[in-house]
Design a protein around this ligand. Sequence first.
Ligand code: COA
Length: 318
Amino acid sequence: MIRSVFAGCGHYLPAQKISNADFLAKHNIDSDSAWIEQRTGITQRHIAGETETTSDMATAAARAALADAKLTPEDIDIIVLATTTADHAFPAAAVRVQANLGMTRGFAFDVQAVCSGFVYALTVADNFIRLGQAKRALVIGAEKFSTLLDWNDRTTSVLFGDGAGAVVLEAREGAGAITDTGILSTHLHSDGRYYKLLQTDDAGFVRMDGKEVFRHAVTNLAEVVDEALAATGLKAEQIDWLVPHQANQRIIDGTGKKLGLPAERVVSTIAQHANTSAASIPLALSTAVHDGRIKRGQIVLLDAMGGGFTWGAVVVRW
Ligand SMILES: CC(C)(COP(=O)(O)OP(=O)(O)OC[C@H]1O[C@@H](n2cnc3c(N)ncnc32)[C@H](O)[C@@H]1OP(=O)(O)O)[C@@H](O)C(=O)NCCC(=O)NCCS
């Protein structure tokens, strides 16, 4: 059976790195850095330059992932880009990445599932690969979420940052067993009844019922993690790394505890990156791979929850 194996990964963070205190002062937000750190775990974030676009960041992350995989753009058949903040309403930011990379073959498109976007994009790319319709895929999560923030709304403006992460998936033969390398199972969900709890308003600004989103996130993530374990037959203690979407340290801790994982086996980058929506998982993944924590052969569980609501999980043997 064909498996989608991770041939490489990389990420990009905008040059401007700004602490909570400087961020609050800059935008005149009525909050304090201690509140943000205690309630969310965030201490700083990166913010894209005014003319820097989502496709610019996505391209930089894609180049890093290709270099890590020792591949060139000509080796890639499809680009799947998870983003909420494409450069324009259309075309897809993915086709700009394709052009930036000098690719004229294959095809590229965006996936929109907000903070669950990367888990959705990985699942879509995995399906193309397993069906034999693509040999190699670039899967990217990239966001310029700062463009959606209302500085007068302290309940949302302090939570987000910008950035991009990417992976290269490659088709390889597997035995169809849990010992295979690559993506072992994917699990997606959505429930549109909760559309209004986390959405952009008519002016294009993020609005969120934080308490309700928090409550649903804890429950939905616990359920989808159980589903992923049941589908693969893995026991919680066999998970080497949890790489969750980075929305709130308390949600990350909750899922880690539910799995019985010590904090050292949960990858958290929220302190440095804040919530970068679809970019948060590939940013965290690439960080932990390149600093040597995640090693070949280890089991990695990715999980995410976002607007829609959308949520999901992916089980990987790195
Ligand atoms: C947004 C979030 C951090 C708020 O934390 P919380 O502990 O639920 O805080 P609450 O909303 O209960 O607010 C507590 C108090 O802090 C205040 N507060 C809210 N934002 C604040 C801020 N930025 N600075 C200071 N005080 C703030 C509130 O006004 C409230 O004051 P009150 O008790 O006087 O009414 C939290 O709900 C959260 O992380 N939600 C989910 C986020 C998420 O997952 N989002 C994206 C999914 S992709």
